[in-house]
Design a protein around this ligand. Structure first.
Ligand SMILES: *Cc1c(COP(=O)(O)O)cnc(C)c1O
Length: 400
């Protein structure tokens, strides 16, 4: 039995089948990963926008190793030196208020939901408007915030207080506002929803509407944040500011950590005893995240994400012009979707066989989220593999 088969069998026997993995990966470096049988892959998924500075970046590895041998966890009953340091770095790059730390994207969005409810409590407002096709997590509240039936089916009764509007349709948001509405939660670029960027008019319009109706505006930056779009945060592509954002995925460069960052207005809504989590903002997680921010800053990765994103999109568009089944290439920075006229899964599989990892999303979209420090040569190689896979696929489509 191969090493990969051994891992696969053990997994099938003992791990609940919430996912359906194919490859068994055992090692990574930069934009490359290797499977248990020694095959190498160009990783253009980065663990779904998590290892944004590449696999095992030496600086992040060093920070984790040093902190693991110094102090891993003390609980939030005590100060730790890295948590406020990270909070300052995040606030300085975004909304200038304060942070709350947790461990995942769902948990960060839960914190936003609780923050909104607490803020609106006195005026009796609690409804949050979210969007069809959005994704906000898998806890009961965040799967309810997620505007997709496939995520909710079977888990009823769902928590009350969520209302859905259409993305990029300001009128539908206006129509959803009631005297119970307290906040709007939106992704600047919908990730799981098929790499769909918001329009400028929509994002500015949301801000204006929230100001007019005294609503909070939240951006879920779990996937599009931390440099992914070529700006620190996705909302910074637009001429507006939300009141708070949620972060996770890329924040710790592979080490689990989530956060919310607020503006000054919301900085002190949570008082002692109102919200908490044991593992939130440990010295270890925060040391990792601080190292990630330093790497993005010092290695100029926002600019690289923007340049490499332009290059990759341009090359993918060339391929798109050759094949009718490719409808569109869209996205921002290194968050890129190739939209097909049919399910994208077979193309994902073909690419994997050729040594390139991407992900079929929202049925018809092939999503790419390469590390922000990906090199031009790697982008060209990935684009060549996509071109080859599409040509082969086209042939089989026409043969049948
Ligand atoms: C992945 C994701 C989440 C959920 O994050 P978890 O860490 O899996 O809980 C929430 N929002 C968006 C936009 C995401 O992409």
């Amino acid at each position: 039995m191969s090493r990969a088969d051994e891992i696969r069998n053990l997994h099938q026997d003992y791990v609940m089948p919430t996912y359906a993995p194919g490859l068994a990966l055992v090692r990574g470096k930069g934009s490359k990963v290797w499977d248990a049988d020694g095959n190498g892959y160009l990783d253009f998924l980065s663990g779904i926008s998590v290892v944004n500075v590449g696999h095992c970046h030496p600086r992040v590895v060093r920070a984790i190793r040093a902190q693991a041998g110094t102090l891993m966890h003390v609980s939030n009953l005590y100060f730790n030196e890295h948590q406020p340091r990270l909070a300052k770095e995040l606030a300085a790059r975004s909304l200038g208020g304060k942070c709350f730390f947790c461990n995942s994207g769902a948990e960060a969005n839960e914190a936003l939901i609780k923050l909104a409810r607490l803020w609106g409590h006195e005026s009796g407002r609690y409804e949050i408007i979210t969007f069809r096709n959005s994704f906000h997590g898998r806890t009961l509240a965040t799967l309810t915030a997620t505007g997709q039936a496939k995520v909710q089916d079977g888990f009823e009764p769902l928590p009350a207080g969520f209302v859905y509007a259409d993305y990029n349709d300001l009128d539908s948001v206006r129509a959803a506002v009631t005297d119970k509405t307290v906040a709007v939660l939106v992704e600047a670029v919908q990730g799981e929803g098929g790499v769909r960027p918001a329009t400028g008019a929509f994002m500015s319009g949301l801000r204006a509407l929230c100001d007019e109706k005294d609503l909070l505006l939240f951006c879920d930056e779990v996937q599009c944040g931390m440099g992914r779009t070529g700006t620190w945060f996705g909302y910074q592509l637009y001429d507006m500011e939300p009141d708070a954002i949620s972060l996770a995925k890329g924040l710790g460069g592979g080490f689990p950590i989530g956060a919310i960052v607020s503006n000054r207005k919301l900085a002190d809504v949570f008082q002692p005893g109102r919200h908490a989590t044991t593992f939130g903002g440990t010295p270890l997680a925060c040391a990792a995240a601080c190292a990630v921010i330093e790497v993005i800053e010092e290695e100029g990765l926002l600019e690289n994400a923007s340049d490499m994103g332009d290059l990759f999109r341009e090359l993918l568009e060339k391929t798109a012009r050759k094949h009718d089944f490719i409808r569109e290439v869209r996205g921002a920075g290194l968050m890129i979707g190739m939209v097909l006229d049919r399910p994208a899964k077979p193309l994902e599989t073909l690419l994997q066989e050729k040594g390139l990892l991407g992900l079929a999303t929202s049925e018809n979209v092939l999503r790419f989220l390469p590390p922000l420090n990906v090199k031009a040569a790697e982008v060209r190689k990935a684009a060549r593999l996509v071109g080859k896979a599409c040509a082969e696929w086209d042939k089989t489509l026409h043969a049948s």
